[in-house]
Design a protein around this ligand. Structure first.
Ligand SMILES: NC(=O)c1ccc[n+]([C@@H]2O[C@H](COP(=O)([O-])OP(=O)(O)OC[C@H]3O[C@@H](n4cnc5c(N)ncnc54)[C@H](O)[C@@H]3O)[C@@H](O)[C@H]2O)c1
Length: 341
């Protein structure tokens, strides 16, 4: 029997993603205990704690932070709360898993990262797609030189349906809400930083998204520091389901990942050849990755090692997202260095 003490977690935010992490922390991760759940909506915290047999539910996350028996927090509340919660958690010596994005404001992100650095606690950002077995394989093959020198990256990332307009209004825009995952994947898969970005975008799915000051469709070209070029295409609505494909093409070959489907049957009949649609959305498509990212976070606490997705990894895609918005508005290529100098 293991003599290691359980890592005790508090969950902050019991919404869509909080439910996933809550369930994983309480049922799927060995050596981990989910001790408490907090949500400003106390009913949401209570409902989830009953479902997962978690002993404590609060409306104020401070109660979790001041509990000396809790080692780590999973921050799954709305984005506008993340930076403040990170700062307060560091003051109590908690390790922090924080959902993406850290914030929409670089000054707030920097204040949070400085607090983490000073406190010497672990911080991991929830860029879960890095932990998807398919995408991880692509990264490994690129890193091993299997495709030679990377020349072209292609990411297709289309949601099955847009979120509610109220969500769009506070989302920070498509680039900080949705494409931010693709920006993270781009630098992860190619193994190089983005140097320049150019965006063509528009409102093609729902005029209300345009009225809210956002766009719903984009084609983004990227120039990387290592000379590779990339293209990301986004839509808030793919009528056939969640479309998540990547390809890296290089001097010695190509590696491609297609969509995951619930089954692989192919039905052929007089009216055509049919197969299953892609898995519906992120909850279904990225199930394994949410478990794997949290396992690695716990491992970094146990081993006292650097988490696999650091605070800087959380900051860089926000900068790329800001550059993307500037490129769309000014209709010109934008250097990432315009935001870092
Ligand atoms: N990694 C991913 O794939 C992924 C997927 C979805 C959401 N997210 C991120 O997770 C975060 C939450 O998104 P969601 O879709 O779960 O939102 P949601 O609205 O479903 O849930 C957020 C919850 O946080 C609670 N909350 C708000 N302020 C709080 C506070 N001060 N203290 C405690 N609880 C508070 C709300 O009451 C709500 O229950 C966002 O930052 C989002 O970008 C990441």
């Amino acid at each position: 029997m293991s003599t290691l003490k359980n890592v005790r977690f508090g969950l902050i935010g019991a919404g869509r993603i909080g439910k996933i992490h809550g369930e994983n922390l309480s049922t799927r991760l060995p050596g981990v205990e989910l001790a408490a759940i907090a949500d400003v909506n106390l009913t949401a915290a209570r409902d989830l704690s009953h479902k997962l047999h978690v002993p404590a539910a609060y409306s104020d996350y401070q109660t979790i932070l001041s509990d000396g028996a809790i080692d780590a927090v999973a921050v799954c509340s709305s984005t506008d709360t993340h930076a403040q919660i990170i700062i307060e958690a560091t003051a109590q010596g908690k390790h922090i898993f924080c959902e993406k994005p850290i914030d929409h404001n670089l000054e707030k992100i920097d204040a949070a990262l400085e607090a983490v650095e000073k406190a010497g606690v672990k911080l991991q950002i929830g860029f879960n797609r890095r932990f998807d077995p398919n995408f991880r394989k692509v990264r490994e093959m690129v890193a091993e030189g299997k495709i030679g020198k990377p020349h072209i990256l292609r990411i297709t990332s289309r949601d099955p349906a847009p979120p509610p307009i109220d969500y769009i209004r506070v989302s920070g825009g498509i680039f900080l809400d949705m494409t931010i995952h693709d920006f993270d994947m781009a630098r992860y898969l190619v193994g190089s930083e983005v140097r320049e970005i150019y965006v063509a975008g528009g409102v093609m799915v729902d005029p209300q998204i345009g009225e809210a000051g956002d766009i719903d469709t984009a084609v983004i070209t990227l120039q990387f520091e290592n000379g590779a070029i990339g293209v990301i295409d986004n839509s808030r609505q793919a009528v056939y389901g969640y479309d998540q494909r990547v390809e890296v093409f290089g001097s010695d070959g190509m590696v491609t990942v297609l969509n995951n489907t619930p089954d692989t049957h192919i039905y052929s009949a007089v009216d055509g050849v049919h197969s299953s649609k892609p898995l519906y959305f992120f909850l279904e498509r990225y199930t394994e990755s949410f478990i794997a990212e949290m396992k690695e976070f716990v491992k970094s606490i146990r081993d006292d090692s650097t988490p696999p997705v650091t605070g800087i990894d959380g900051r860089i895609p926000v900068v790329i997202g800001m550059a993307a918005w500037k490129s769309y508005q000014e209709r010109r290529p934008v250097l990432i260095s315009e935001f870092t100098q």
